[in-house]
Design a protein around this ligand. Structure first.
Ligand SMILES: *Cc1c(COP(=O)(O)O)cnc(C)c1O
Length: 392
């Protein structure tokens, strides 16, 4: 089942990291063993010794992610947040980092409430490209971005950010959180990122039944540093979760393609429903402010499965809409086969003061949709009836 260098995404999704075992099992068994036999002291029979350090199911998943992200190495963790923690833990004391104002809330929390306790200071900006030259200091070690952002789906030109950083100091690492697009739509390592990270909880596992994180990269020295921390800190996923996430990954391309196609139809409908909708944020729309970047940065210019829109009628209409849907479940999280919706101002972004929330476009009337893989006609019908209910 050897994959080769010319294999394309869907082939890699199905075959990378998948091996036929000695029984001929087409799907690798779940290896629950915590420890592995040795033939003589310090001479393991195979490639594994102790399951925290590495185990077959986690290694298969890590290899698959590395292949799909076009990187040399992959490392999996107990959550997306643990992945973030390990990367920030790898920075020396006294380091400086730069990130975006609307970075994922948990990442912001780690920067400002945990990484600072070991002497890592972070600046946040809402205008990264313009501010980078001013913000970089001699001790700046890392820039952390997300594209598209959550929940307003602003898109950043990764290649341009990478070139700007490297022209100032080539040793500054660029980390891209690629959770919202998945490796099917974008491969940041090919655009100049040094590390790509995912909350595998979202599109990669894709079935809303595993919490996990993963990163991929090319640099061997950096890989060994992060692998050391993966083992030393021990925030690792179980073999069962690794197996489930790997199974989910095999259909990533089908799920993300369908979600993107449906999301474009839904976003177009919302954009045309001007009597009930104020504005729509969707990277796949021609009207999106960074659609030109989307066209070159995303596979086939696809916009992904995430949409946000401002409903007419304020917080009250947003609440009414989100409790009136039949198929869209009102819940946090995203990237699963089932459609979800949420109201960021009172749910995922409820902890941010109103003023700074609204400065980045998160108004009380903003609704976020995670479009699943149900029939789009049914999803559109559901949205229409909920819009009617909200405006009644
Ligand atoms: C969910 C999420 C995370 C955190 O991942 P967990 O698996 O929940 O710890 C990080 N970044 C983004 C963009 C996310 O959506």
């Amino acid at each position: 089942m050897a994959i080769n260098n010319n294999d394309q995404f869907a082939t890699l999704a199905v075959h990378a990291g998948s091996h036929v075992d000695s029984h001929g099992s087409v799907i690798e068994p779940i290896s629950l063993s915590t420890t592995f036999a040795q033939s003589a002291p310090a001479k393991p029979l195979g490639e594994y010794e102790y399951s925290r350090s590495s185990n077959p199911n986690r290694k298969n998943f890590e290899d698959a992610i590395a292949a799909l992200e076009k990187g040399k190495y992959g490392l999996a963790f107990a959550s997306g947040s643990a992945t973030t923690a390990i990367i920030l833990q790898s920075l020396p004391q006294g380091s400086h980092a730069i990130s975006i104002g609307d970075v994922y809330g948990g990442t912001h929390r780690y920067f400002t409430k945990v990484a600072n306790t070991h002497g890592v200071e972070t600046d946040f900006t809402n205008n990264l490209l313009e501010d980078l030259p001013k913000l970089v200091k001699p001790q700046t070690k890392l820039v952390w971005i997300e594209t598209p952002t959550n929940p307003t789906l602003q898109v950043t030109d990764i290649k341009l950010v990478s070139e700007t950083i490297k022209s100032i100091n080539k040793d500054i690492l660029l980390v891209v959180d690629n959770t919202f697009l998945s490796p099917y739509l974008s491969n940041p390592l090919t655009l100049g990122a040094d590390i790509v990270v995912h909350s595998a909880t979202k599109y990669i596992n894709g079935h809303s039944d595993v919490v996990m994180g993963v990163l991929a990269l090319n640099d061997k020295v950096l890989f060994e540093k992060l692998q050391f921390l993966q083992n030393a800190v021990g925030a690792i996923p179980s073999p069962f979760d690794s197996w489930l996430a790997h199974r989910g990954l095999k259909t990533l391309h089908l799920r993300v393609k369908q979600a993107s196609e449906s999301a474009l139809k839904i976003a177009t409908f919302l954009e045309n429903t001007t009597d009930k909708v104020i504005a729509v944020n969707y990277p796949g729309l021609k009207s999106h402010p960074q659609n030109a970047v989307v066209q070159k940065q995303h596979r086939n210019g696809l916009g992904g499965g995430m949409i946000s829109f401002r409903i007419k009628g304020g917080a009250e209409a947003a609440a009414k809409f989100s409790s009136s849907t039949r198929l869209f479940t009102l819940a946090e999280s995203l990237g699963g086969i089932e459609s979800l919706l949420e109201v960021p101002a009172v749910m995922t972004h409820g902890g941010i003061p109103k003023e700074s929330r609204e400065a980045s476009g998160v108004y009380d009337d903003l609704v976020r949709l995670s479009v699943g893989i149900e029939d789009v006609e049914d999803l559109l019908e559901d949205i229409k009836q909920a819009l009617n209910a909200a405006s009644a």
